[in-house]
Design a protein around this ligand. Structure first.
Ligand code: 5CA
Ligand code: ZN
Length: 407
């Protein structure tokens, strides 16, 4: 699929430090140690109602990582999928009398426009589930050859317990896994399954639903195998970061890790599993199913500066759950105005010092709020300290290159 245009990335003097990130699997902050090229897979949208502030916050979090790695001297190979065939998309299309393909195309296009407006660096590969069906089928055949696949009626399931490490991404007790699996697209109680937690790999064609021909019989992919097939195809095994919102840790990333490990008979599928917190509205997780949404496109239509939307998001640490409010946006507008004024003035307190501080905070588990506070402090100091004549342009470039804020 086409992705979107790249934002302007000003060059900065020197390089940033190695990036440390909180890894869900080990429940600790780890130092990422990519080879020359850092490899990252971030789960993409299911395009039936794009792009709310929660989505934007998650993709901006991984955009910070992309920028921090680039600043540390790495090339970044970034793969993202689009779940352009899945139950929620079909349900939405049916409920609104639209063709599922039209819904997917329209919402994906809106997502691209929103990501470009928010200065998110596009992925290297932007891959739809539908276009990846041949790879998905090939991976399921490989699992079959390993004797790990069984049928329930005409659907195919994976014997997940064959991976002795199953459970080590989200580290949840079994009862909790079963409960969450049922909430997030799984079918723990389907009769005929060997284990409640076995994931669906291939769903046989249902009357009136889209399906594709395959050796497995006509049907469509299960959810988790989609990201495994796309990740292995484009990044290879044991890439540096598997990312998404915290609602993907289980079952999606847990199931994906086991599937990848079984396919490659190796470990780990990803070196770190990194999860962004959930953005809430009116006390509940912002979600398409609940309908409590603030859309990036609506804010933009109402004349909001995308840089203010991005700053409002960056004021929250990516790992925390937080509540979107009008006040965060008002505060971000105010901050943006102060920053622009200070950058325009050129002379100010040392631009070099603030650059180092932004780099340090970003490399420390993407601590954007601390980076914003460092810029605020520089702005305040620059009201009286004019010792550095080009501080404004250096700080503006640092903010643009590292935080992605066009100030
Ligand atoms: N297509 C799958 C991943 S393969 C999917 O989860 N799509 S999604 O559209 O439901 O979500 C896209 C991304 O946004 C996921 O990483 C999800 O964790 C994240 N996300 C969804 N809602 C929120 C929220 N309220 N706050 C933060 N991130 C969210
Ligand atoms: Zn995914």
């Amino acid at each position: 699929m086409e992705s979107w245009r790249s934002p302007n990335l000003p060059a900065l003097p020197g390089t940033g430090p190695a990036v440390r990130l909180f890894d869900t699997s080990s429940q600790s902050v780890v130092t990422t140690k990519p080879e020359t090229t850092a490899r990252m897979y971030v789960c993409g949208i299911t395009p039936y109602d794009a792009t709310h502030i929660g989505h934007a916050a998650t993709y901006i979090a991984f955009d910070l990582l992309n920028r921090a790695w680039g600043d540390a001297g790495h090339a970044v190979h970034y793969t993202q999928n689009v779940t352009d065939i899945d139950d929620p998309l079909l349900e939405r299309a049916a409920a609104t009398g639209q063709d599922w393909r039209d819904v997917a195309m329209r919402e994906t296009e809106l997502f691209r426009t929103d990501m470009a407006a928010l200065n998110v660096i596009p992925p290297t590969d932007y891959i739809g589930a539908v276009e990846a069906i041949p790879e998905v089928v090939r991976r399921i055949e490989d699992l079959q050859a390993l004797g790990l696949v069984y049928r329930v009626d005409d659907d195919f399931y994976l014997d997940i317990s064959a991976d002795e490490r199953f459970g080590s991404v989200a580290n949840l007790p079994r009862e909790e896994m079963i409960a969450i699996f049922a909430e997030r697209g799984g079918d723990p109680h389907r009769p005929g399954k060997r284990d409640a937690l076995d994931p669906l790999l291939w769903m046989a064609a249902r009357p009136g639903e889209p399906h594709w021909p395959a050796s497995l019989g006509a049907g469509r992919p299960g959810w988790h195998i989609e990201c495994v097939a796309i990740g292995l195809e484009h990044l290879g095994f044991s890439f540096d970061v598997q990312g998404g919102g915290s609602d993907l840790a289980f079952p999606h990333h847990e199931m994906g890790a086991s599937q990848g490990q079984l396919l490659c008979q190796d470990w780990p599928f990803a070196k770190a599993y990194v999860h962004a917190g959930m953005v809430h509205l009116d006390g509940h997780k912002m979600s398409k199913s609940r309908g409590n949404l603030v859309f990036v496109s609506k804010l933009r239509e109402s004349g909001e500066d995308p840089a203010a939307i991005r700053l409002a998001i960056l004021a929250h640490h990516y790992r925390n759950d937080w509540e979107w409010t009008q006040e965060c946006l008002v505060a971000a507008r105010h901050r943006l105005k102060l920053w622009r004024h200070a950058f325009d003035a050129q002379a100010g307190a040392s631009g070099h010092d603030v650059l180092i501080q932004i780099r340090t905070h970003l490399s420390n588990d993407l601590d954007a709020p601390a980076a914003l506070a460092a810029v605020d402090a520089w702005v305040a100091q620059s009201a009286t300290d004019k010792s550095d004549e080009s501080a404004g342009s250096l700080t503006r470039n640092a903010v643009m290159a590292l935080l992605g804020v066009h100030a």
